[in-house]
Design a protein around this ligand. Structure first.
Ligand code: NAD
Ligand code: ZN
Length: 360
């Protein structure tokens, strides 16, 4: 952490409200300049031929690319997209717009960086390795929870590990928070991605890196999550509050870090391809020893929403699969240090990780 407080960039503009998606056109107008500027829209293909697809303010020169979120973002995919854009556009795009859940938001952030940086995105996985600013990028979440709309990272599966491009150029320049866009998210997905936010709060608030800045956001997000998942809000209120919980949860991580659930979930995802939200839930249920109150409330939320987590998904994993999972998880040093302090290696052993992975 060092002694000097970090100086963080933040999302510079944000619009919140039902129907605000339709302001995208006027937001893009000044960026297009004399109307020649190319805008790249990356949209989750779940919206293909929907009302939302029709509302995209694209012009002739623009690129509208539909992308499946079935698999989470990969460095190769980002590189291919950036190459495709550079090939098809005579100039740098004036904006990259990501429309979707965490997967599309992260892709948009990474592509915006890579169209203006050389080499492969894998070279920038880590902390502060990006040299040249990204092109202007706009995030439009359609699923709440990851906090990818505010965070300073874009998490990519690379050739060696799942790791973020954490840089001052990563955060969006503009975010459009339109809670109506989350209408239609399947119930399980709503829960799992919502729990990503809840788990961010628990891990951040119970971590050793916490300071008043992160705590204030974490507490707000946690309170909103409790309302959304344990009370009976109207659908509209629930969508609005979860969208703001995601925002605050993401902000809470700025000075802080996630913790044990994320370290384990990254290992699980690396080997099994388990989606982030589900993976977090699968590991979190076994972390009572570390987050007793957090896990107790989590179980209550599962019951209230009749969510059944899949059982024994690591049943057919080989010894070497488990070893890889442990290796990837154990390698997430800042997460462990945040959760358990500098002596974390003496508190949690590889065997304990194996035990947890075998239970999942
Ligand atoms: P996602 O974007 O992967 O989407 C999950 C599913 O929901 C997909 O099938 C998608 O098509 C569908 N979906 C999304 N919006 C929908 C809508 N409005 N209606 C119907 N279906 C919809 O899910 P996610 O949980 O938001 O994102 C997970 C990703 O976010 C992972 O790659 C993870 O690494 C990343 N993440 C990033 C950060 C960050 O700070 N950058 C933080 C946490 C997680
Ligand atoms: Zn997360």
């Amino acid at each position: 952490q060092g002694s000097k407080p970090r100086n963080f960039p933040m999302v510079s503009r944000v619009v919140f409200g039902s129907g605000s998606f339709d302001q995208l056109d006027e937001i893009l107008e000044p960026l297009r300049g004399d109307a020649e500027g190319i805008v790249v829209f990356l949209m989750d293909d779940v919206f293909e031929d929907t009302h939302l697809h029709g509302r995209i303010p694209s012009m002739e020169q623009d690129l509208l690319i539909l992308i499946s979120a079935k698999e989470e973002p990969k460095t190769e995919q980002v590189d291919a997209l950036a190459a495709h854009i550079t090939r098809n556009a005579s100039d740098l795009p004036v904006a990259v717009v990501g429309i979707g859940g965490g997967t599309l938001l992260d892709l948009a952030k990474a592509v915006a960086i890579m169209v203006n940086n050389t080499g492969s995105s894998a070279e920038y996985q880590g902390w502060d390795l990006v040299n040249t600013p990204a092109v202007y990028h706009i995030g439009v979440p359609t699923l709440s929870g990851t906090g990818a709309e505010v965070s300073r990272t874009t998490v990519l599966m690379g050739p060696e590990r799942k790791l973020g491009i954490n840089s001052d150029y990563t955060p969006f320049d503009q975010v459009i928070l339109d809670p109506d866009l989350t209408i239609g998210v399947p119930r399980d997905q709503w829960f799992f991605t919502g729990m990503d936010c809840y788990i961010h709060c628990v891990e951040s608030l119970n971590g050793s890196y916490i300071n008043a800045f992160s705590q204030s956001y974490g507490e707000m997000a946690l309170a909103l999550c409790k309302e959304v998942f344990l009370e009976d809000l109207s659908p509209e209120e629930s969508r609005e509050k979860l969208m703001m919980a995601s925002w605050h949860g993401g902000m809470s991580i700025a000075y802080s870090q996630v913790g044990i659930a994320h370290a384990l979930s990254y290992g699980l995802a690396y080997v099994m391809g388990t989606p982030h939200g589900l993976g977090n839930c699968l590991v979190f249920q076994h972390l009572e020893a570390f987050y007793p109150e957090g896990v107790r409330l989590f179980r209550q939320m599962l019951r209230k929403h009749h969510i059944e987590l899949p059982l024994k998904i690591t049943r057919s994993c080989s010894q070497s699969d488990f070893e890889t999972m442990i290796e990837v998880s154990y390698g997430m040093e800042p997460l462990w240090e945040n959760a358990l302090g500098p002596d974390w290696k003496s508190i949690i052993s590889r065997d304990q990780l194996l035990e947890i992975f075998q239970k999942i």
